[in-house]
Design a protein. Sequence first.
Length: 546
Amino acid sequence: MKYPLVFLLACLSLPVLALANPDSLNASARNYDAKKYDLALSLNLKDKTFDGIMIATLAMKQPGLEIVLDAAESLTIDSVRFGSQKLTFEHARQLLSVHLPREVAGHDSVTVTVYYNGISKFSGEYDSGGIFFSSDEHAATIGEPYFARTWFPCNDTPSDKALASMHITVDSKLTAVSNGALTNTKRDGEKTTYSWESRYPIATYLISFAAAPYKVISDSYTGLHGETMNLSYYVFPDDSEKAAKDFAGTSKILSFFAQKFCEYPFITEKFGYAEAEGELTMENQTVCTIEPRFITGKKDYESTIVHETAHQWWGDLVTPTHWGDIWLSEGFATYAEALYRESAYSPDSYRRYVAWLMGDGQGRLAGPVVNYQDTAFWSLFSSRVYIKGAVVLHMLRGVAGDSTFFTLMRNFLNDERFRYGNATTADFIQTAEREYGGSLNWFFDEWLFASTDSLDRPEYTYSWSSKPTESGFRVQLDLTQISAPRQLFRMPMNVSVSMGESEQRFRIDDSLATQSFTFEVRDQPTSVEIDKENYVMKIIRRKEDN
């Protein structure tokens, strides 16, 4: 999900919105694994209503007489069936509790069919979700983080990924697009049903559809081994010329991430975008939604396309296990914007972008990036998750060096334990430490988990002096971490000593409130600069020498 920076900063001062149903947070502890959702929806765009049939195939983790699904109270459950047998159920507090006819043994599968209908009051705003019926001809969904339940019963947690099929019936003047591959289009009078199938596991919040009188712009992507995949952009007819220009570079973006990390993860299906009204820009697996305001024909929002495309790796291929780990998706996709700038434009473009993310306001990003306790919407998607999460990766690159950093990023994505599944922050840290060759707790503790209210970066003052020696000059650097009483940071940094037109660099590991370092240089120094590459988010000032 991509938010403008000004919006992210504004979020810091907004009141938080709590989950309507705290009990649903137990979704990850339920007694089954969802294996597949087969969903049929018939949309009535004029009335903002829909009828649904959801067939869930579930693998029991332990014996049970009941299964519990998330289902918003805006859904009306008509009946639940187990084969031909009608089951009893309760639907309250956004939970659908289904009583099975007999105890199902652990590791056995159970298939239930839920017949239901619903009405949507979703108005297309950031802090809500579901089906947005924006007009008689436009409908689209957004499910992040816990809004899939508003339009189909499911285990609405990111940790229970499943296969999914979608059959969407709309007026024949509309086109309906969803995740995966199009398997069938069936017209019946004034109605048409579009059938889509995801052959890769998908989290409920990434299951989506969009329907409109679309014009389709087609392109193609050639994979690392010569495979060809369709790129399809479903856009409003009036925006088609502008969209063709804006999406022209998508194949290049896909190629960059494929070469940097691994092949596009869903290459046997498709990739594309579907234009949708409302604040619905979202990284839905294989078909991102994008708002009309981001389609200008001038590539003004290339970073948005880069961000949502990067999510196909960071968030869709490897999905956070818990919402508290969402930086593994949003922070990584934000950092991917910087990486793409570095490749497509220049290293200076990368550095400028990172400097813009860092800003210069102490406390602007204060607080933990990883937070398993607070499930309020704006806490989950605060600017810390996006901006500070991206900056943490930039700093990790500085700590580990390019070769180690990009190796650990690839290893994390390609680890069979996480690939097409889920991972936690602890999983990422273990991967990083394994490649780094030592503990990184000191780094992640101060940047991901520190909970100081008003401090988000160290503040330094420094002074330096030099004295001649037999072989050159000895430089003494005195470094004071004036923010240490509130939070002591340990950070390795490069020190650049200039001597006219030449320069020597040294590596220091600052870990004390006050620390001195000495360096031997060839010629008389003219200046000393700390962290010239800006790999550390900090405030630093030179104090006058005594």
